[in-house]
Design a protein around this ligand. Structure first.
Ligand SMILES: [Zn+2]
Length: 75
């Protein structure tokens, strides 16, 4: 069963895509590119899955320790 995935905010269609995630934990910004996300094609709201968010937390922590910005090609 495949149901159209609709945006809870505007009712627009959601589609799989990628986003850029950035956070500044205090030691400088960490930027992750090509983060898988679901994006509304109407209002642009992005959803990152819990599992992906957890992976991002780990990546951000690693990047902080290396004091690097990190590019994520796939999660
Ligand atoms: Zn929307």
């Amino acid at each position: 069963m495949t149901q159209p995935d609709k945006c809870r905010l505007c009712g627009g269609m959601k589609a799989s895509g990628h986003t850029t995630f950035s956070v500044d934990p205090g030691d400088g910004p960490v930027v992750a590119h090509h983060v898988p996300a679901t994006i509304c094609n109407q209002c642009g709201k992005e959803w990152i899955e819990t599992q992906t968010a957890q992976q991002l937390e780990t990546i951000v922590e690693e990047a902080r320790q290396k004091k690097h910005q990190l590019e994520v090609l796939s999660l």
